[in-house]
Design a protein around this ligand. Sequence first.
Ligand code: F6R
Length: 357
Amino acid sequence: EKGTYPHFMLKEIDEQPLVMRRIIQQYKDESGKLKVDEGVRQAVKAADRLYIIACGTSWHAGLVGKQFLETIAGVPTEVHIASEFSYNMPLLSERPLFVFISQSGETADCRSVLVDVKQLGHPTLTITNSPGSTLSREADHTLLLHAGPEIAVASTKAYTAQIAVLSILSVDVANGKGRTLTFDPLQELAIVANAMEVLCAQKDDYEQIARDYLSETRNAFFIGRAVDYYVVMEAALKLKEISYIQAEGFAGGELKHGTIALIEDGTPVFGLITQEHVAGHLRGNLQEVAARGANTCAIVSHDQARPGDQHVLPEVHPHFSPLASVIPFQLIAYYAALHRGCDVDKPRNLAKSVTVE
Ligand code: F6R
């Protein structure tokens, strides 16, 4: 039930701090140490490469997950769009593990790949919000998101839950390999939960951004680099699916290779800046588009903020920044759709779980 909320989407955005705290509880043992199902741990240990298979928002979470698995755990990881995988199947490694990320656990495109790779005899893991779902029943192993039912078609809390669970899996693998980590993941996730709460309390600011930048526009662009690129792809998807504004999320460095031709007077361009090694370049990109008339809006992490930055995120560990930085974009998309009179929870042409290929 949505209670006092006007839409499930807004309720589910607000539930994200609680979901983070639930995940922390679910993935720790009695002594407070991080724990992941032994079968999953062994399956990842036995693999020489992970193949993440997913669609839409779950695919975007998979891209962030690859970053964790490679940088935190040192496990080579590829991320594939389920519907493309079968006919663009890469050369597989000797000991692959297939990881299906699916909120519903019912997505036909994922199921089709699952059936194929099981036939080839490869081990499989499903990361899902739905215990008992098809993908969970048919895979060898399951990790649950514990996000509670997600009703709005636009996925919000499942995305952040997927990223949180992938971070926990990565840390567990890193621990198993004896890698030294410079952060305590459960503590960092608790900090993330608090940061999410702060962001959810800033709804008026994001409503104002939606009003200022998106109430009239035909299109909008979102740029980022490194992990921020993955988050802005999700930001663009959120906006397009519920507000019907044509939106594109792309890598800041790609602007000059074509897309900058689309920038006109007043074109909204959102930039996400949370990673030190690319912050300067992304600021440069925002200046380039501003010089061509774009209406730019920078959303900046605490540690990258400069005087004059108007939208600064609360402090979280840079590894975990997508969990915080996506929230302004979820809210901006929500309010843009609302102001434009769209059916936020049930956008046209879309279904919550896509059971056709
Ligand atoms: C976007 C959205 C979709 C789903 C996609 C995969 O907000 O909800 O892009 O992420 O259809 O669905 P699941 O995760 O259920 O496999």
